[in-house]
Design a protein around this ligand. Structure first.
Ligand SMILES: Cc1ncc(COP(=O)(O)O)c(C=O)c1O
Length: 289
């Protein structure tokens, strides 16, 4: 397996992929992205990721991008690198134009980057068993977190705080003291026999794995109910979990050093992990999707 890039349709070793300094993604963070998870060389939840990318591009008024062609290039890059278990990173910028804030007029062609690389799940697999410790951090992000843009500075800073405290992730708390999500994962919690999470809206990214799990949850006896929650109440929940493309379903066992319930992964999270894995397996066996 080899890490390969496909830049504007041209396949190359990653080291050879270069973007001009006038690229608006570099200058302004004027770009959107997606990360696909590859199991056995296949793209998991492809249509959900593609729909989110289409939406991000539309909401930010990007010039037309041929997403069928993009997916064809992703597949070509996966097969050229012989990638089995891995990720495909896709970034689309508003293109290259001398530095000026307004959109280029007339529009310039978007820059399209695909990077496919192997992903070793071993370290995360252990965390799925042990659970992770997280901290809370103020949510300093902008008002369009529903768009998967590369404006990630506030996420980066909050995660750095978590890592300096020796914790895995930071759960973000908005100006009203309510939980939004985490720096690079979704947050759900279990209380009163329900799986709960912040309702979709501009405060959070519509997580593909979270949405998938919301649909699976009733099958393991957990109705999903969107709701807001404050930090103190989150700490008092029966279970708290993180969701994401590479982590899948990860139990949170402490928040700011305080144990969540018993301080061990809870039974509902374990049921959800099993259901999630089973769904991936069924899909790989071709029984659905
Ligand atoms: C801020 C944020 N929330 C949630 C997620 C989880 O999204 P998904 O499940 O689509 O990977 C991510 C993933 O990158 C993220 O960056």
């Amino acid at each position: 397996m080899q890490t390969l890039a496909c830049l504007n349709g041209e396949l190359m070793p990653l080291e050879e992929a270069k973007v001009p300094v006038w690229d608006r993604g570099f200058l302004f963070g004027d770009s959107v992205y997606e990360v696909f998870r590859l199991y056995e060389g296949r793209i998991w939840l492809e249509s959900e990721h593609t729909a989110r990318l289409r939406r991000s591009l539309g909401e930010m008024e990007f010039p037309y991008v041929d997403l069928d062609l993009l997916l064809e290039r992703v597949r070509r890059t996966i097969s050229a690198g012989e990638t089995d278990h891995g990720t495909a990173y896709i970034q689309i910028t508003r293109g290259v134009s001398p530095r000026a804030h307004p959109f280029p007029k007339p529009p310039v062609p978007p820059t399209e980057l695909i990077v496919v690389r192997p992903y070793d799940d071993a370290a995360t697999a252990i965390l799925r068993e042990t659970g992770v410790a997280v901290v809370s951090q103020p949510d300093l992000r902008w008002g369009r977190c529903d768009v998967k843009s590369t404006n990630l500075l506030a996420n980066v800073i909050a995660l750095e705080h978590a890592h300096r405290a020796g914790r895995y992730e930071a759960i973000l708390i908005d100006g009203d003291g309510l939980v939004t999500e985490a720096t690079h994962s979704s947050v759900l919690w279990v209380r009163e026999g329900q799986l709960q999470g912040t309702p979709d809206g501009p405060e959070i990214l519509p997580g593909t794995k979270r949405h998938f799990l919301e649909k699976l949850a009733p099958q393991v006896g957990l109705p999903f109910v969107p709701t807001r929650i404050g930090l103190a109440d989150l700490k008092g929940c029966d279970e708290v979990l993180l969701l994401g493309t590479t982590i899948e379903v990860l139990p949170v066992v402490t928040i700011d050093g305080e144990a969540v319930a018993s301080g061990k992964p809870g039974p509902a999270t374990q049921r959800l992990q099993t259901a999630y894995r089973a769904a991936v397996k069924r899909w790989l066996e071709g029984d659905e999707g």
